[in-house]
Design a protein around this ligand. Structure first.
Ligand SMILES: *Cc1c(COP(=O)(O)O)cnc(C)c1O
Length: 383
């Protein structure tokens, strides 16, 4: 019997330890982790420099509230600003909280409340971020919702143009929809966003909670495109497993988030900040270049390997955020791979999502590829 609300369907695996690309269970089994805790442990489990930063800060100071200055908080913010097109950072504790901050800031800065978000998007589970999410299943039973969102079909330019109103403050988008099935933005849509943003003076909010922190081979996924967001939200990979989120915004927005306008007790605490700093230190340009090269080559190879497999419909994504669409249900693929020691995620009913740690080795990739090929071939031949 469990004392938990059963809000998650749990696997029959009890995890006890992690190291690099591997997780270990209580019964002594080893799993190759292509879930990364849902795009969180991008640098693998127990990354030495991050563990060291945690231990060092744990001996100094965990928390003192946002009523004080911390050098480490300023340093973490500076690093995020330098890696982005933004000028200021608000720290919080999760992705949903980062999006809440973004929604509030967009309203305050524009004096408007309508936000256009995408069908099949995912922005979180709090009341505001849930309302921003374009999935009926996420909304069910929680009405009335915050009503100021319009959901438009992703990559449909006409639908986007038609959704702009007098009261529209912002467009909120993931450049690769993660939970929604691994769908990548197209160039025409990028241009349409830029045109509408200019014409109607809209803010562009990019949710980089899953796509950011190197996942797609650039630090933020928007860097692959001619996109200039006003607000960027991150979380997941930012703490590599330590709960932390952040909202980044451009200079013109700073005046709208002044003393007393928003807050978080835990957000930006020195323990979290020391970890964020250690995480960001790893993202040197050369590391990002390696992620780009390896993901390009290895995903190409996966496509090649599976090119004759009739149950594979599509392999798509960006960097190491990969969607494998099959004619069979993703849960079947995932379950069979799990039996062979490979952990994968679904993204919708027929898309299996691969989220390997960005630090994985060639050998680890090959191990996963072999398992996937074996499983898909077996399903193809024997059901
Ligand atoms: C996971 C996710 C969120 C929500 O983050 P939480 O930390 O679970 O609140 C928001 N947006 C995207 C794109 C995500 O993948």
């Amino acid at each position: 019997m469990s004392y938990l609300f059963p809000t998650y369907k749990k696997k029959e695996i009890q995890l006890t330890q992690g190291k690099g690309a591997f997780l270990y269970s209580q019964d002594g089994k080893r799993y190759l982790d292509f879930m990364s805790g849902i795009a969180v442990t991008n640098l693998g489990h127990n990354h030495p420099s991050i563990v060291q930063a945690l231990h060092k800060q744990a001996d100094l100071l965990w928390h003192g509230s946002n009523l004080f200055h911390y050098e480490v908080q300023e340093q973490a913010a500076k690093q995020l600003v330098e890696k982005s097109n933004c000028d200021a950072v608000f720290f919080c504790n999760s992705g949903a909280e980062a999006n809440e901050a973004a929604i509030k800031l967009a309203r305050k800065a524009t004096g408007k409340s309508h936000i256009i978000s995408m069908k099949q998007s995912f922005h979180g589970r709090t009341l505001g971020s849930m309302a921003a999410t374009g999935q009926a299943a996420v909304h069910e039973g929680y009405g009335p919702l915050l009503s100021s969102f319009t959901y438009v079909e992703f990559n449909n330019v006409d639908a986007l143009e038609a959704a702009v109103q007098e009261d529209t403050a912002a467009i909120l988008i993931e450049v690769v929809q993660g939970e929604g099935g691994v769908h990548v933005i197209n160039e025409m849509y990028v241009e349409a966003i830029n045109t509408l943003k200019q014409k109607h003076n809209l803010l562009l909010i990019i949710d980089e909670i899953q796509t950011g922190i190197g996942r797609t081979g650039t630090f933020f996924a928007y860097e692959h495109y001619r996109l200039d967001p006003d607000i960027v939200t991150v979380a997941k990979g930012l703490g590599n497993g330590f709960p932390v989120g952040a909202m980044l915004g451009k200079k013109a927005l700073i005046q709208s988030f002044q003393t007393g306008s928003h807050g978080s007790t835990f957000g930006g605490n020195p323990l979290g900040m020391a970890i964020v700093k250690a995480v960001l230190d790893v993202y040197e340009p050369s590391f990002l270049a390696t992620i780009r090269t390896q993901s390009n080559e290895w995903v190409q190879e996966l496509k090649q390997e599976l090119s004759t497999c009739s149950i594979v419909k599509d392999i798509r994504g960006s960097g190491f955020l990969i969607g494998l669409e099959t004619t069979v249900e993703a849960q079947q693929v995932i379950h069979r791979c799990e039996e062979k020691g490979l952990l994968l995620l679904p993204a919708g009913t027929h898309v299996t999502r691969l989220l390997p740690p960005l630090t994985l080795t060639r050998q680890e990739w090959e191990e996963a590829q072999t398992i996937i090929k074996t499983v898909l071939t077996d399903i193809e031949q024997n059901g």
